[in-house]
Design a binder for this molecule. Structure first.
Ligand code: IPM
Ligand code: MG
Length: 356
């Protein structure tokens, strides 16, 4: 099968981890007889330096005309003092919006071989967990009305959380569809004791639930959810939540797996064209060739599965990652005594060997 993949390498460790994932995709193409072509799509700080803007129109066009987008990470100190719309992060929000990828799927699994790296107490880590956060990605406070104004006590700044029924319905529906392929439970996380937008969220969640009689449902307030994730993450299966709550809770969940470097994500809308990126950021302070590429490689596996319907190919990548970890090969962020310390490129070499 032929597929065109846009590469947004980004800043910091972005280019290194994307290169690792491209090597994995090339290996998959040769083993399974596919033809993947890659096109460059500059975005973030590097695009600001070259084009004077974080998200050039040509990048949007390249992404929209591809079968999927693989993204590393954007941002860095160099661009931190730019005004909001010119920051690398606004390129990221812009491409998500332009591609209408409202559903951000972030699985978090505590692998048995990494239990000792989890900050959880032994008896909690022992139970393991396998959850998926379905985060709304193109609405809410990230995209609401915002600005500065002169208030009673001087300058004020504001951001607005606003959700329409349609936005809630479609993200909730994607969570229910995912639950049907798993154990069949969805926890909707909100702040309905305070926020009007959360009350509408909760109402729509239960309306949609009526179409899924075999999926069990639960509402949880976000503050309690943070506590429950730390105390008993095994209770969760599918979590559905707003853009900002999902951002925060997915970092928490990833830390519980041992390292944020491990977590992949898929962002999808109504078509199969998605954006695949690790949950972590651009980590500009890491030394060259030390970053953990597994989150990006597992994002490529999600691309194979969700955008290309290549399930065996995706399984082959996931199993190669498992075998690499099981044999004790580790980058610095997940290294413990007795492991074999690997650079970014070393661990990628190991994964390639396990793809057959
Ligand atoms: C993420 C990141 C981004 C977000 C930032 C970099 C804008 O934290 O993908 O989780 O908040 O969505
Ligand atoms: Mg985040």
């Amino acid at each position: 099968m032929h597929k065109k993949i846009a590469l947004i390498r980004g800043d910091g460790i972005g280019p290194e981890i994307v290169s690792s994932a491209v090597r994995v995709l090339d290996k998959i193409a040769s083993v399974f007889n596919h033809d993947f072509t890659f096109v460059e799509a500059p975005m973030g700080g590097n695009a600001i330096d070259t084009f004077g803007e974080p998200l050039p129109q040509s990048t949007i066009d390249t992404c929209l005309s591809s079968d999927a987008v693989l993204l590393g990470a954007v941002g860095g100190k160099k661009w931190d003092s730019l005004p909001g719309v010119l920051r690398p992060e606004s390129g990221l929000l812009g491409i998500r919006k332009a591609m209408k990828v409202y559903s951000n799927i972030r699985p978090a699994v505590l692998y048995p071989s990494l239990k000792n790296r989890s900050p959880l107490r032994d008896d909690i880590a022992e139970k393991g967990f396998d959850l998926v956060i379905v985060r709304e990605l193109t609405g809410g406070i990230y995209f609401g009305e915002r600005g500065y104004r002169k208030g009673k006590f001087g300058r004020e700044a504001f951001d607005t959380e606003c959700y329409s029924e349609i936005e809630i319905e479609r993200i909730v529906r994607s969570a229910f569809e995912i639950a049907l392929t798993r154990s069949g439970k969805v926890t909707s996380i909100d702040k309905a004791n305070v926020l009007e937008s959360s009350r509408l969220w909760r109402y729509v969640f239960h309306e949609v639930a009526q179409d899924y009689p075999n999926v069990s449902t639960e509402d949880m307030l976000v503050d309690n959810a943070a506590m429950q994730l730390a105390k008993n993450p095994a209770q969760f299966d599918v979590i559905v939540t707003s853009n900002m709550f999902g951002d925060i809770l997915s970092d928490l969940s990833s830390a519980l797996t041992g390292s944020i470097g491990l977590l992949p994500s898929a962002s999808l809308g109504d078509s199969t064209v998605g954006i695949y990126e690790p949950v972590h950021g651009s980590a500009p302070d890491l030394s060259p060739n030390t970053a953990n590429p597994l989150g990006t490689i597992l994002s490529a596996a999600m691309m194979l599965q969700y955008s290309f319907d290549m399930v065996s190919e995706a399984d082959s990548v996931k199993s190669a990652v498992q075998q690499t970890l099981n044999r004790g090969f580790r980058t610095a962020d997940i290294f413990s005594d007795g492991n074999i310390l690997c650079s970014t490129s070393d661990i990628t070499d190991k994964i390639l060997q396990f793809i057959k």
